[in-house]
Ligand binder design. Structure first.
Ligand code: HQG
Length: 183
């Protein structure tokens, strides 16, 4: 794995979950000071503004955003710490997908989707993306989420800057497990 990938993973830990790992704080909207971030990461990796800009530009999921003058940076979604990244409420497509690991299915079928350590349940717009999200947790299982119906019933949906669909929770009545024909 390249150093930039390692640093990007470290950045997502810092900007989503644990800014105190490098002794910095996020503001209420999830922004970190860019200079402080660079100084903090430089204690572990050789790191500078040019590398930070490259990570933000090339990140495969567009996880990070700068403010206009690039003095601040934040993660677009995925936080476990309570920050308000000013998500826009959006009308979701009729169906969204959630990929999970087989080991969670019994519990999900009982309790629906809950955000666990994060602020929101993360939903994908296609089965392919959901499958890769689910594979992070072992053998993937995909659920269809009846997002349109949920939304009409009053549940709010948000689309993050990097196009991940988010909602607070999904009750079981809006979930349909996709059963693969070949098992
Ligand atoms: C599961 C990655 C038991 C849920 C991805 C998931 C995503 C339950 C796991 C983003 C449950 C939490 C988020 C219940 C939900 N009982 N388990 N009632 N309800 N779960 O990692 O959605 O690469 O916090 O199904 O691409 O896997 O980091 O969430 O399997 O967009 O940018 O609890 O993280 O993006 O796992 O992934 P996670 P996630 P990054």
């Amino acid at each position: 794995m390249s150093t930039l990938t390692d640093i990007s993973k470290y950045m997502s830990l810092i900007l989503r979950h644990k800014p105190q790992a490098i002794g910095i704080a996020l503001d209420e909207h999830g922004w970190a000071n860019v200079n402080e971030l660079i100084v903090g990461i430089s204690k572990t990796y050789e790191f500078d503004m040019e590398m930070l800009e490259e990570i933000v530009r090339t990140d495969n999921k567009q996880r990070y955003s700068f403010n206009e003058d690039k003095t601040l940076i934040r993660a677009n979604q995925g936080h476990s710490i309570p920050v308000d990244v000013e998500l826009g409420e959006s009308e979701p497509p009729e169906i969204l997908y959630h990929g999970t690991g087989e080991k969670f299915v019994v519990s999900i079928d009982e309790a629906g989707l809950i955000p666990k350590s994060r602020l929101y349940v993360h939903l994908s717009k296609d089965v392919e993306t959901a499958t890769s999200v689910g594979s992070r947790h072992g053998k993937p299982v995909i659920y269809e989420v009846l997002a349109g119906e949920m939304n009409r019933d009053g549940y709010k949906f948000y689309l993050s800057e990097n196009k991940v669909w988010l909602t607070k929770s999904v009750p079981i009545k809006y979930l349909r497990k996709i059963v693969k024909e070949n098992g």
